[in-house]
Design a binder for this molecule. Structure first.
Ligand code: AMP
Length: 482
């Protein structure tokens, strides 16, 4: 917490080298102590170092790059159409979320920002670019559209952030990102973040960064202890009925319901509306304004249930969700972790229910249970504290078993890319021993030790780590960034 001692304020954020203005801004937001990713990243970003960071949404990752950027950018002004920094995010919602955070953090600074996302008129975005922006936040496609029209010039970008790189990869955006990076000056600072730092992502990241500091604080395969996870076996045609019963039985504040296919989202939306539930949908086929409206209705409590697809919901910061329902078992095990990560945030308790109904679901559940290193109990079953991966995904005696004909399996999933890298990432974590070690590492919440990092990435040359205490002297910002 920032507090006044004599005439000076003290705050752990100041100790990371941030300015008084930022310490006050985060204090006003109720941030008392920096999160592990903030502790690890902020001093290095202020020094001008590149970052290769692995952190999920929910870890305070956005502030770990936006806060130091604000201080660095404070020392200069933008020219028309020549942004001084660029943040690339894979989806409109994530880009909008970063912009929202930037706005909150920079209340005590005079920095301009533009958000370039699809579904919003070009002319407003062009007008913002014309005035000159310090921070440009964009999805790759829309940025390239503006670039090709000559409305934005990228040669003045000194800081580049690539956020949610693994999602960029899933969505096929890496070639666009490579093109954009080709237009940027070589002399720049690059901050590359991904929920997981797989070998593949690491290889991609290395193309963009120079001598990066590697930070890994994410929990790539773990689910919060505060979330109770339950499984219900049923038949495909009974799923809606089972869901309604659960919605009525549970004391829920609000819930996100995940479907694998867009078609199912629409069907479920009409069905729940017919049964007088207060519900909205969020998926990739909706217009941008409809998506933002649904999200804000849900965030502000005007809507209780949000039916979402993985792509639309990935990384969204929706605080205080009491329940998550997987109307379908996700075919990508990591999506399960992301889905149920919508609840149980910041130490609150939450409940996640998964409806399973087919042979495929059994396979998917097996992969999920292997990834998370625990079995998902059947609804009604007591938690004995046994954390072993059990007979994964198998319907247990006395419960309804699934009919193997999943009627919707012939339709395209909402997220085509999910079929792409999902298999690979699942097999990466097949061994629960490895997974436990990852969890152990994540639990410490700290950057990997130098020795462990060097063993993992032997060909990386890194300057010695900074060991100082304070960056209050603004000279610490490298000349090329000022
Ligand atoms: P992010 O991982 O950036 O999406 O952040 C997740 C949530 O944590 C957001 O609601 C932030 O406002 C919040 N947050 C970020 N840093 C801190 C902090 N140091 N203390 C408390 N909350 C934080």
């Amino acid at each position: 917490m920032a507090c006044i001692k004599g005439s000076a304020i003290t705050s752990p954020f100041l100790d990371l080298g941030l300015s008084d203005g930022l310490a006050n801004a985060v204090d006003a937001l109720g941030y008392e102590t920096p999160t592990p990713i903030q502790e690890a990243a902020i001093p290095s970003v202020l020094m001008g170092r590149d970052i290769l960071g692995s952190a999920q949404t929910g870890t305070g990752k956005t502030a770990s790059f936006t806060l130091p950027m604000i201080d660095i950018l404070d020392a200069g002004r933008a020219k028309a159409r020549m942004p001084r920094s660029l943040i690339l995010a894979p989806t409109r919602e994530l880009a909008a979320q970063v912009a929202e955070s930037f706005g909150k953090f920079s209340v005590n600074h005079r920095l301009s920002m533009a958000l370039l996302i699809g579904g919003v008129s070009f002319s407003d975005q062009e007008a913002a670019l014309d005035k000159g922006v310090d921070v440009l936040i964009a999805t790759p496609g829309r940025l390239l559209d503006h670039f090709e029209r000559g409305k934005v010039l990228l040669q003045d970008v000194k800081i580049l952030v690539i956020d949610e790189a693994d999602r960029m990869l899933d969505m096929g955006f890496i070639p666009d990102v490579e093109r954009i990076v080709g237009y940027l000056p070589v002399m720049r600072q690059t901050l590359f973040f991904s929920a997981t730092l797989s070998e593949e992502i690491h290889k991609i990241g290395k193309k963009f960064v120079m001598n990066p500091k590697i930070i890994e604080v994410a929990k790539p395969a773990s689910t919060a202890d505060t979330v109770s996870q339950r499984l219900i076996w049923t038949k495909p045609r009974d799923k809606r009925d089972v869901l309604r019963k659960l919605l009525r039985r549970e004391t829920l504040q609000n819930a996100v319901i995940f479907c694998n296919r867009k078609r199912d989202i629409s069907t479920l939306l009409s069905s729940l509306k017919r049964h007088e539930f207060n519900v909205a949908a969020l998926h990739g086929d909706m217009t941008q304004s409809a998506r933002l409206a649904a999200l804000s209705d849900f965030k502000e409590g005007r809507v209780t249930l949000l039916i979402a697809s993985d792509v639309a919901a990935r990384g969204l910061d929706i605080p205080s969700v009491s329940h998550v329902f997987n109307f379908d078992v996700p075919s990508n095990a990591e999506d399960y972790v992301h889905r149920i990560g919508r609840t149980g945030r910041a130490g609150r308790s939450g409940s996640a229910f998964t409806l399973a109904a087919s042979e495929d679901d059994k396979k998917y559940l097996h992969a999920i249970e292997t990834l998370i290193g625990q079995s998902i109990l059947l609804d009604g079953q007591e938690n004995t504290g046994d954390d072993q991966t059990a007979d994964a995904g198998t319907p247990k005696a006395g419960k309804k078993t699934g009919n193997t004909s999943d009627t919707a399996s012939d339709t395209a999933p909402d997220t085509a890319p999910d079929t792409g890298s999902g298999g690979k990432s699942r097999s990466r974590n097949k061994k629960s021993g490895k997974k436990q070690a990852m969890n152990e590492n994540a639990r410490t919440g700290n950057e990997k030790t130098g020795a462990a990092r060097d063993a993992k990435y032997p060909d990386e040359k890194r300057p010695p780590e900074w060991k100082g205490n304070s960056f209050r002297d603004s000279d610490h910002i490298p000349a090329f960034l000022r």
